[in-house]
Design a protein around this ligand. Structure first.
Ligand code: CA
Ligand code: CA
Ligand code: CA
Length: 616
């Protein structure tokens, strides 16, 4: 039995900063949804209204039962305040304002939501530094689609949870077999081997007990990022507003625990019905038992932290991050500007993606909220996202979740070559990617088929939990002295799909004028089931020339995502943003780059880049 991880700072595994209070108290979050209400001036005709929208970088969203008024939404990159300012300067507009109508249901009124830059980055200052607008996971955009159903269960294997925290208590899982009087009758009413386990279990205590109360704070913070109650007017919001949190305490108040307790916690989580396990913990020694325990739960997605050593996990492995299993996703920490956080581990072949992990506001002991840094804080952004995907599509498999989460990232230079995907979590895009295939592809309910081709098998044979097989590959060496540090990365582990799909990209030939009006159709082909993401990008030089940006950087002007349930082709239409349309209408030709990324069910990406020249 090994010690999993010594505390790195005040707050345990993979959190690096001592907790800082979220305060000074923030101004109450402005109650806007990211959309705007615009009321046009009397007499402004349709063309003048359209010009006003175009110049402000907004597009129509919904009509309103109020004369001359409608809801509009900013196109990517235009802050609401800026859109309001531009609209109000236009003589065709009587007034414009942030939309307060949809906010109540879609965007949280939680007091510290403004501090949660990782969810919605407007460039606001948090913890004494400000960031880059839209260097975030697009959470409000995701919540336009769903805020998560009751009942998706996420286990937090950690230091426990502040059971009475007002921002967490409403989302705590309740064991139906140990409810009411059964919770304290000293009997194992549901026969699961745990007496009175009404709301999780504490494996770190000696002896074990039924109260996974957090004495460290780490688990409480992690829980809040994944699933603090959203839209309740207090504190923060989790990525999933109403997921059920199963607190499983496996780390003590010093933030360390044993592999055996962690394994028990994994198993408890699985048996409690968790579809997602967040494990913001790790260590440098491999554990065969840990690997087997995770492999024995192929229907549970394990979202784990990369570690905070500023190291390359491809060279210096960390576990469970480096486990080469299809149900493990390993997360690095990104900063306010989409760079890799300086403390974060990386790994071009071992760390899957980035998520916000610097100055993250979340729940803390004593009903409080604090800011923390760490890959521990990045990880639950992804776990919460997985819960949202399951709320959207309850039948999604682990392979579906993995494909959607990894196939929809926002590519960022700071993460390229340092993570498998080269990108940062985008929850809204992941939700789009998990959307069930359209009716055109009759999606047979998999339950009704006699023997559907199984998703990529996790190993050469079904796992026999009681009879661990000699696992393949060097990383499964028995416990003992540290492995040779420069051991070659495990190549082609048997049974694991490591090849990206074969991808074909064929843009239609269209004039610039037609693309401005109707978009650019692109036919995409994939050699297997995959998640596709296509983006049209203006290079730095053209972007500046066309006033798409004032800085020297490339700018995305259109993007689309699509999932293919099997090998085949699909046509997506890339519609230019309103801002891009208004800028491009003044030019005779433009050269754009079409970037397409396909990610297969095992998370292996393929990319293709095609130059597209559009002329009038
Ligand atoms: Ca029980
Ligand atoms: Ca009982
Ligand atoms: Ca809240």
């Amino acid at each position: 039995v090994r010690t999993l991880l010594a505390a790195l700072a005040v707050a345990a595994p993979f959190a690096v900063a001592p907790p800082a209070a979220v305060g000074p108290p923030l101004p109450a979050a402005p109650a806007d949804t990211g959309d705007l209400i615009v009321r046009y001036a009397p007499g402004a005709d349709a063309a003048q209204r359209a010009d006003a929208r175009r110049d402000a970088g907004v597009q129509r969203d919904e009509s309103l039962p109020l004369a001359r008024a409608e809801v509009v939404e900013p196109v990517a990159g235009v802050p609401v305040e800026e859109a309001v300012r531009r609209l109000e300067e236009d003589p065709a507009v009587q007034y414009a304002e942030p939309d307060v109508v949809r906010r109540a249901s879609l965007t949280p009124d939680d007091r510290y939501f403004r501090a949660q830059w990782g969810l919605d980055n407007t460039g606001q200052a948090v913890g004494g530094a400000s960031g880059t607008p839209d260097a975030d996971v697009d959470a409000p955009e995701a919540w336009d689609r769903t805020t998560g159903a009751d009942g998706v269960t996420v286990a937090i294997v950690d230091s426990g949870i502040d059971l009475d925290h007002p921002d967490l208590a409403p989302n705590l899982w309740q064991n139906p077999g140990e409810a009411g009087a059964a919770a304290s009758n000293g009997a194992d009413d549901d026969g699961n081997g745990f007496v009175d386990d009404a709301r999780g279990w504490d494996f770190a205590a000696t002896p074990d007990d039924a109260t996974p109360q957090d004495g460290d704070g780490h688990g409480t913070h992690v829980s809040g990022t994944a699933a603090a109650r959203g839209g309740d007017g207090i504190g923060v919001t989790g990525v999933a507003w109403r997921a059920r949190i199963v607190p499983v305490r496996a780390l003590g108040d010093d933030g360390s625990g044993t592999a055996s307790d962690v394994l028990r916690a994994y198993d408890y989580a699985r048996r409690a019905g968790a579809r997602v396990v967040n494990a913001s913990l790790g260590g440098s020694s491999p554990s065969r038992a840990e690997r087997d325990a995770i492999a024995a739960a192929p229907d549970v997605l394990f979202v784990v932290a990369a570690g905070n050593d500023g190291a390359d996990n491809d060279v210096l492995p960390a576990y469970p991050c480096n486990l080469d299993l299809p149900n493990v996703i390993c997360v690095a920490a990104s900063d306010r500007s989409d760079g890799l956080a300086d403390f974060s581990n990386r790994g071009a072949s071992t760390v899957d993606l980035g998520a916000p992990g610097v100055a993250i506001a979340s729940t803390w002991l004593g009903g409080d909220w604090v800011l923390l840094d760490g890959t521990s804080m990045a990880t639950p952004h992804v776990a919460g996202a997985a819960a949202l995907l399951l709320a959207r599509r309850p039948g999604a498999t682990v392979a579906d979740l993995r494909g959607a989460l990894l196939g929809s990232v926002d590519q960022r230079p700071g993460l390229a070559g340092r993570t498998v995907t080269g990108g940062r979590l985008n929850v809204a895009a992941a939700l789009d990617a998990i959307t069930p295939p359209p009716a055109a592809e009759p999606a047979p309910p998999r339950e009704s088929l006699p023997a559907p081709a199984p998703a990529p098998a996790p190993g050469p044979a079904p796992e026999q939990p009681s009879a661990p097989q000699p696992p393949p590959g060097p990383q499964a060496a028995p416990l003992g002295p540290a492995p040779a540090p420069a051991a070659p990365p495990p190549a082609t582990t048997a049974g694991i799909d490591r090849a990206g799909p074969t991808l074909t990209v064929r843009p239609a030939r269209r004039s610039l004028a037609l693309v401005l009006r109707r978009g650019l159709p692109v036919t995409l082909g994939c050699s297997e089931r995959c998640a596709l993401r296509a983006e049209l990008v203006a290079g730095a030089r053209d972007a500046r020339r066309l006033r798409l940006t004032t800085r020297s950087r490339s700018v995305g002007v259109a993007r689309a995502t699509r999932s293919l349930a099997r090998a085949g082709r699909a046509t997506v239409t890339l519609r230019l943003s309103a801002r891009a349309r208004s800028r491009l209408r003044r030019t005779r030709s433009v050269r754009l780059t079409l970037r397409v990324r396909a990610t297969d069910a095992a998370g292996n990406p393929s990319t293709r880049t095609v130059r597209v020249t559009l002329r009038r």
